[in-house]
Design a protein around this ligand. Structure first.
Ligand code: CA
Length: 318
């Protein structure tokens, strides 16, 4: 299917029939943004275990694009997406500062997770504003931007400006993490700021796509602590890069080829802080239904303490 990103945005936001316009206004609402549009296709489920793929290494699939632009998209087989997203307040906190957004049609989809932070309702406002700004910016910028990496990068930068503006106007130190995945025939284009994560699950293994912008991730990279120690480290919540703190925010971007049988998982640290990667992988493989996958992951996080809000978006490539 030859298309422009503008056509993609029109498709996934249902702009031809107007559906979705109302829910995407950058108005501040009291409840966390949990917008889902599912067509019947997304409900047809196929076991994740029925994978028949060449045993390529994940390293070959993953192309870090920071500091450059992705090359021309490879010709890939026609794929179809199914997805499900879920958020949960957790077992300790009294309100949910995470926001997420899922929308998709056929082989094109947009998936966002944001984990807000800040006093009072600041975190909730920041994560919701970031998600809404990304949606609105993508719709606008897609009219003129052909490069998908530049498209999502500009949207994240716009979200950063919006959160800074909102924080300044309220005298709040609000901020948020932001993970954006735009999927189409050319693959998955992912942007990340903060420590919400994207994982790629394929060939019986799970791999973290995004880099956490946290102190503990730096300590792991320096060999001072292990990844397992980082998960439960008392300073695991210290982030050196977030949306809402620096006008000149640096956005990490990634490109991933989509292959049938693979799955992309976006989540806030409320999941990966409580559940080890291997157990996240096991849960994804154990359930056929993506709603059940998300439900199982949320339950596992809560069973491990549920100390933070938990958000999971699972996307399967069919
Ligand atoms: Ca969190």
């Amino acid at each position: 299917m030859a298309h422009s990103w503008w056509q993609c945005m029109k498709s996934i936001f249902g702009m031809n029939n107007g559906i979705g316009r109302r829910s995407l206004r950058p108005a501040i609402r009291k409840r966390p943004l949990v917008t889902e549009r599912q067509d019947n296709r997304t409900r047809k489920l196929t076991p994740l275990l029925t994978i028949r793929l060449s045993p390529e290494s994940l390293a070959g699939d993953l192309q870090r694009t920071t500091g450059g632009r992705s090359g021309p998209a490879k010709t890939v087989e026609q794929v179809r997406l199914e997805w499900y997203g879920m958020t949960d307040v957790g077992s300790v906190r009294d309100h949910n500062e995470d926001s997420f957004f899922c929308t998709g049609i056929e082989d094109t989809g947009l998936f966002i997770v944001a984990d807000g932070m800040g006093g009072h309702d600041g975190g909730e406002v920041a994560s919701r504003l970031a998600v809404e700004t990304v949606c609105n910016e993508l719709r606008e910028t897609a009219k003129r931007e052909k490069d998908p990496i530049a498209l999502i990068e500009k949207a994240v930068i716009a979200a950063n400006k919006a959160v800074i503006r909102e924080g300044n106007s309220k005298g709040s130190n609000m901020g948020t993490t932001l993970g954006v995945a735009l999927l189409s025939e050319g693959g998955a284009y992912i942007a990340n700021v903060g420590d919400s994560r994207a994982y790629w699950i394929k060939n019986g293994s799970i791999s973290q796509v995004t880099e956490d912008h946290s102190l503990v991730a730096k300590l792991v990279a320096a060999g001072k602590i292990t990844k397992e120690e980082a998960r439960t480290h008392p300073k695991s919540n210290l982030l050196y890069r977030t949306i809402g703190s620096d006008e000149n925010v640096k956005v990490d971007t990634y490109h991933l080829d989509l292959e049938k049988g693979g799955a992309l998982l976006l989540c806030s640290d409320g999941l990966w802080g409580e559940v080890r990667d291997e157990d996240i992988h096991r849960a994804c493989m154990a359930e056929k239904d993506l709603k059940a996958v998300c439900g199982r992951l949320v339950k596992m996080a809560n069973d491990s303490g549920g100390k933070d809000n938990i958000t999971v978006v699972a996307v399967r490539i069919m």
